[in-house]
Design a binder for this molecule. Structure first.
Ligand SMILES: [Zn+2]
Length: 61
């Protein structure tokens, strides 16, 4: 028995592509997106320190 291949057993990604922000941040198990908050809130999650473009719109404040 070797542990050589056991290192490959945790490669499954918990996140899938979010249908709102397009990022791979949608948590399959919890059913919400950690990037934009899809599934959790109707509004797109935005922070002042995160002023990147979401859905082609620039989020202010
Ligand atoms: Zn998202």
């Amino acid at each position: 028995m070797t542990t050589a291949s056991m290192g490959l057993h945790n490669r499954k990604q918990p996140h899938v592509m979010c249908r709102r922000c397009g990022k791979e941040s949608y948590l399959k198990r919890k059913h919400y997106c950690s990037h934009c908050g899809y599934g959790k809130t109707a509004k797109i999650k935005a922070y002042s320190w995160n002023n990147k473009t979401v859905n082609g719109k620039r989020k202010d404040n």
